[in-house]
Design a protein around this ligand. Structure first.
Ligand SMILES: Nc1ncnc2c1ncn2[C@@H]1O[C@H](COP(=O)(O)OP(=O)(O)OP(=O)(O)O)[C@@H](O)[C@H]1O
Ligand SMILES: [Mg+2]
Length: 320
């Protein structure tokens, strides 16, 4: 039993059916204590269903799950005291103020955070005395985050915590999440923002149609580190592409080169430009982003799921 209680979350062969529809189809993963683990995947992939089974809100159809060494289905008091939850959709009493609802929730826990500090932390200080039904969408989402962390949890479930946040608020939430992680909180996060997963997650798993299609760190998942480097620039004025020292591809206005030898290729390219006193406008060197890899992984999964007739269509288009 030691192996399963060591991890913050251990999941083996987890399945959930809604009637005849199997939303989660045998999922395995482990979340280490103190890390941020992110579940990624398209709408309807099974992320919320998986989270809810681990939160103890939904019974699993089969498989095994340990959360802080406990079975989430037991939902005993110790479990509820040590786990914080930010649901994808949350319903609270609209006529309470922010401070009232956070204080009320604090009362449910043996060792809660300070109420006003928590309200300040999520950026709602100015709204502490506002009624909840007067908050904007993003402000309500910040309140959800406050409610998730008020109990000082060891493990925090965040289901799309920053959906609807403006860019500044998102960065603010990232700081909150990083601060919690530094304080030792384990965090299980879903998000549709790949930059968020890149910025926060120690490990990610991509789920599509109820199955994990890839897992790893944000930097290495899907072979990211081994992927070819892309070099691109805009054509220098007054030159023809045939004059360039290497074969290139056009992508809209851009000139692109994919290579496994970026140092050599850049040397040859910039040497050629310098010899002619040219600038390579907009010169960029990059590898596929987490979003590129994600789209590749989930696109492949979606195509495998599509009826054969549709798939044939895709192939014809691709070949055209
Ligand atoms: N209570 C339910 N009854 C029947 N089907 C459900 C129920 N809840 C979810 N589903 C179905 O299960 C699948 C997975 O849903 P889930 O909410 O887990 O997806 P998700 O990955 O969280 O998606 P999103 O990114 O849109 O939040 C979907 O096809 C959904 O329609
Ligand atoms: Mg969801």
């Amino acid at each position: 039993m030691e192996a399963v209680t060591d991890g913050a979350v251990v999941v083996r062969g987890l399945r959930k059916s809604y009637g005849h529809f199997e939303a989660v189809r045998g999922v395995d993963f482990a979340v280490q204590r103190g890390e941020v683990f992110s579940l990624l995947g398209p709408n309807g992939a099974g992320k919320t269903t998986t989270m809810e089974m681990l939160e103890g809100y939904r019974e699993r159809t089969s498989g095994e799950a340990w959360v802080l060494g406990m079975d989430p289905q037991s939902r005993d008091r110790r479990f509820r005291e040590r786990v914080g939850i930010v649901l994808q959709d949350i319903a609270v009493d609209a006529y309470l103020t922010v401070r009232e609802i956070v204080a009320r929730n604090a009362g449910y826990y043996p060792d809660p955070r300070n109420v006003d500090e928590t309200i300040d932390l999520v950026g709602l200080k100015e709204k502490a005395n506002s009624r909840i039904n007067k908050l904007s969408g993003g402000q309500q989402r910040r309140l959800d985050l406050a409610m998730g962390i008020i109990g000082n949890p060891d493990l925090l479930f965040l289901d799309e915590p920053t959906t609807g946040f403006d860019p500044n608020a998102r960065r603010g939430a990232w700081d909150v999440i990083r601060g919690l992680r530094e304080g030792g909180t384990t965090i299980l996060l879903t998000t549709h923002y790949m930059d968020e997963a890149q910025a926060l997650a120690d490990h990610v798993a991509v789920i599509a149609a109820g199955e994990i299609v890839a897992a790893g760190t944000p930097d290495t998942i899907g072979g990211r580190q081994q992927a070819a480097v892309r070099i691109r620039f805009l054509p220098p004025a007054g030159t023809r592409l045939e004059q360039l020292p290497l074969p290139v591809q056009r992508n809209g206005e851009w000139v692109e080169i994919q290579t496994d030898e970026p140092t050599t290729v850049l040397h040859s390219l910039t040497g050629w430009a310098l010899d002619r006193g040219l600038e390579l406008p907009g010169l960029e060197v990059d590898r596929p982003t987490l979003e590129d890899v994600y789209l590749e992984l989930t696109g492949a999964a979606a195509r495998a799921d599509a009826p054969a007739s549709e798939r044939a269509g895709t192939t014809r288009e691709g070949a055209a």
